[in-house]
Design a protein around this ligand. Structure first.
Ligand SMILES: Nc1nc2c(c(=O)[nH]1)N[C@H]1C(S)=C(S)[C@@H](COP(=O)(O)O)O[C@H]1N2
Ligand SMILES: [Mo]
Length: 213
């Protein structure tokens, strides 16, 4: 087995066994740390082991599907969009949480304004340069803390954390935050992504402990 196969098999087993589920009920206002999570100060790297080596010159983002205005942004066009800085927490389904991450990039709200999704759109599928995919309900992407981020703690996002550009969706488990973001498709139906096909939840809200499907 390759490392990737081993990782996938281990995490499929977690989904079958319901690892780390506490069944606790809490709300973001009541507690900063979601149920079953523990705080970490370092920033673990998690992916399928194939980290694309992209320069800002190779990188492009295309956005299509059910939108009035499909776009294709190269690095210069992306950086010419209005820029947003945000400080948010990370909650990974493997149970680590990391507080106070400063991200900079283009907001999902701005992207939505540019592409104009059609009325019946309900889901997005994010695709990355390593072949990774993950699905997000439009209602969760259309939030003021969702970013297409190019920097972390004031520095360009490193290759291992998804540079040049990754999604950051703070209110969902971190597997929804696609690294090395390449393409976004808007759709009226849901298409499960890599982990969602392997036992992980369609929505992935850490406050509701939506770890597994
Ligand atoms: N393109 C891509 N994005 C990805 C992944 C991946 O394998 N490929 N793994 C996901 C998972 S499971 C997690 S927990 C986070 C980890 O991000 P980090 O390595 O910056 O901590 O990235 C998510 N985004
Ligand atoms: Mo993860």
């Amino acid at each position: 087995m390759t490392d990737k196969d081993k990782l996938t098999a281990a995490k499929e087993k977690w989904a079958r066994e319901g690892r780390a589920l506490t069944g606790e009920k809490t709300t973001p206002a009541a507690r900063r740390l979601p149920p079953g999570q523990r705080e970490t100060v370092d920033f673990p790297v998690l992916d399928l082991g194939d980290q694309p080596n992209l320069t800002t010159r190779d990188w492009t983002l295309s956005v299509g599907g059910m939108v009035d205005n499909p776009i294709r942004w190269d690095w210069q066009t992306f950086m010419a969009q209005p820029q947003t800085e945000l400080v948010t927490d990370i909650h990974c389904v493997t149970t680590w949480s990391r507080y106070d991450n400063t991200w900079a990039g283009v907001s999902a709200k701005h992207l939505l304004k540019m592409v104009r999704p059609r009325k019946n759109v309900r889901f997005l599928l994010l695709r990355s340069f390593d072949g990774y995919t993950t699905n997000i309900p439009l209602a969760r992407f259309d939030d003021s803390d969702v970013l297409l981020a190019h920097s972390w703690q004031g520095q360009p996002l490193s290759r291992d954390h998804g540079g040049p550009v990754r999604a950051v969706i703070p209110k969902l488990y971190f597997w929804k935050s696609a690294k090395w973001l390449r393409h976004i498709t808007f759709s009226d139906h849901d298409t499960p992504g890599y982990w969602e096909l392997r036992g992980y939840h369609g929505e992935g809200d850490p406050w509701k402990e939506e770890r597994y499907s």
